[in-house]
Design a protein around this ligand. Structure first.
Ligand code: GLN
Length: 303
């Protein structure tokens, strides 16, 4: 496969959509990002990476981090986490509160904010420093020791984090958090603030294409657990747009309000695309279009 050629065709095809949508406004430090940027990278099974556009430019990973924290909890604790978080698409916005009361404080899935807070809580219990554990893992998998938190983004989100605080307190009232709410929120905001490029994320997500094997060949997840993470990405990774994402792209994918999306072609490669303009559901407009073009061009969706 000529990955480089395919990326260049895709980048040209979506050029008119770069800058469409709106950069996330509710985290003020993100609202300052320049909308007209676009990058895309593919990492193959050998760890060779190909890229186009702004593929080496770091951006805020935001909810893409939820994929990695889930994997780290499964790796350490097996499937026990599924007692505390479901795995059904929510059909609601990523920061919605409405279903939590009907379901006794058990979030619908690990990729809406409520579910990710539970996963971060468990990672905190297991490691005593959830966000640093995550950062260390991402540095190792992307072979980039320079990856770092963005304190300005983490603080900006802390100052404007009433909705996430409400979710955390509500779940705590049902006994579904093990650590104090401020500790869980702090680690969640810091994990979301990590800055990575498309190159870094395509490499870091390689274990999902390799059925659970890390970059160094060691096993992070069993094949069964890797299948589970990919399946939940497909059904829940783009929130209330997951149906449309499956329809257009046909791959497990996880988006973030920084404008990044990681997508996995199991057994072949991991992709990451980034463009900060978001649709009303919080997914990158040009990013979804690029993945749609890529799987149409290559014939490599999971369907
Ligand atoms: N940090 C963001 C939040 O909690 C992440 C949301 C996202 O990327 N969808 O609101």
């Amino acid at each position: 496969m000529d990955y480089q050629g395919a990326l260049e065709v895709v980048a040209a095809a979506v050029r008119s959509q770069v800058g469409q949508g709106q950069v996330a406004q509710y985290i003020p430090a993100l609202a300052a990002v320049e909308a007209g940027q676009f990058g895309m990278a593919v990492a193959d099974m050998n760890g060779d990476v190909y890229g186009v556009g702004d593929w080496e430019e770091p951006f805020s990973v935001q909810s893409i981090s939820k994929t990695f924290s889930l994997a780290l909890v499964l790796a350490r604790d097996g499937e026990a986490i599924w007692q505390r978080v479901g795995r059904e698409p929510s059909g609601n916005a990523f920061n919605s509160l409405v279903q939590l009361e009907y379901e006794n404080g058990v979030p619908r899935n690990p990729f809406i904010n409520a579910g990710a807070l539970v996963v971060t809580d468990r990672l905190q219990t297991l490691t005593d420093d959830a966000s640093t554990t995550l950062l260390d893992f991402l540095r190792a998998e992307s072979d980039n020791p320079d990856l770092a938190f963005d304190p300005a983004v983490a603080l900006s989100e802390t100052e404007h984090g009433d909705r996430n605080a409400a979710l955390a307190h509500f779940m705590a009232s049902y006994g579904n958090l093990e650590n104090p709410v401020p500790t869980v929120l702090q680690h969640y905001f810091w994990q979301c603030s990590i800055r990575m490029s498309c190159r870094d994320l395509a490499l870091a997500g390689g274990f999902l294409a390799r059925h659970g094997l890390r970059a160094d060949g060691g096993r992070l997840l069993s094949r069964r657990e890797a299948k589970q993470v990919n399946a939940v990405m497909l059904t829940c990774g783009t929130y209330d747009a997951a149906g449309n994402f499956a329809y257009r792209v046909g791959l497990p994918g996880k988006s973030g309000v920084g404008g990044g999306i990681v997508a996995v072609i199991p057994g072949r490669c991991t992709l990451c695309v980034w463009s900060p303009g978001l649709d009303e559901r919080g997914n990158s407009v040009a990013g979804v279009a690029a993945l749609d073009h890529f799987t149409t061009l290559t014939g490599w969706s999971v369907f």
